[in-house]
Design a protein around this ligand. Structure first.
Ligand SMILES: Nc1ncnc2c1ncn2[C@@H]1O[C@H](COP(=O)(O)OP(=O)(O)O)[C@@H](O)[C@H]1O
Ligand SMILES: [Mg+2]
Length: 219
């Protein structure tokens, strides 16, 4: 069974304009997908539909054979890790450590020691250890991005969706992100990345979705 089956999807925020239409594509669980398209074409909106945050006006989105509109958001959150385009929006805990441990309440069965080990591993990987007891709001834009990534990666999700993850990362951090993507690949985990950097995508994805007002082209 395919992981995602998206069929004839249409969505608009208001009645007078249509944003997404004729959107059909399939994603397998271990596939690495790049999503590109002009600014404002609806990439982030499409992700929100895939996560069940928004509901389509037409068409269906099946996640492991089940219509996304019938799956509780918390259950979708267990399966899929999502890194927002604007990382500030997903950082709301008083400290970096609490932010990291918060993501574990999504029902993953894991013991405390294991959780701490994973958190420490990812804080270390993204060089955020020193901020453990600080407020996420104190971090720079790039550090917030890394924290958002670290908190999602530390959770053992099936699939990862990253909305413009390279924005705000310098070359070194980008390399760290690349290392994580390779780790995910070696763990046979799938991911979808929205990015404006073809060179970055080229290295890590095996399928490219090009979103436009006409629909989705798959290459
Ligand atoms: N909550 C919203 N209400 C109304 N319009 C929105 C909302 N969110 C986004 N839009 C509009 O929908 C279009 C697509 O936005 P978005 O999905 O963020 O595009 P992208 O991620 O491809 O840049 C834009 O014109 C944006 O202004
Ligand atoms: Mg966007």
């Amino acid at each position: 069974m395919s992981f995602y089956i998206i069929d004839s999807l249409a969505f608009s925020y208001n009645k007078n304009t249509s944003l997404l239409k004729n959107i059909s594509f399939v994603i397998e669980k271990n596939q690495h997908i790049g999503l590109i398209g002009e600014n404002g074409c609806g990439k982030t909106t499409l992700i929100k539909l895939m996560l069940g945050i928004l509901k389509p006006q037409k068409g269906t989105i099946l996640l492991e054979g089940q219509n996304v509109r019938d799956i509780p958001l918390s259950q979708i959150g267990c399966k899929i890790g999502y890194v927002f385009q604007n990382p500030e929006k997903q950082l709301f805990c008083p400290t970096v450590w609490e932010q990291m441990s918060f993501s574990f309440i999504y029902g993953n069965e894991i013991d405390n020691q294991d959780m701490e080990d994973r958190i420490n591993y990812y804080l270390d990987l993204f060089e955020l250890e020193k901020y453990k007891n600080d407020s996420p709001m104190k971090l720079s834009r790039g550090e917030k991005q890394r924290l958002a990534l670290a908190s999602v990666l530390s959770r053992n999700v099936d699939y990862l969706i990253m909305d413009e993850p390279t924005i705000g990362l310098d070359i070194l951090r980008k390399k760290q992100l690349e290392k994580c993507l390779l780790t995910l690949k070696s763990e046979k985990k799938g991911f979808m990345i929205i990015s404006h950097e073809p060179n970055f995508l080229e290295k890590y994805v095996d399928k490219l979705l090009i979103l436009s007002s006409k629909g989705v082209e798959v290459i």
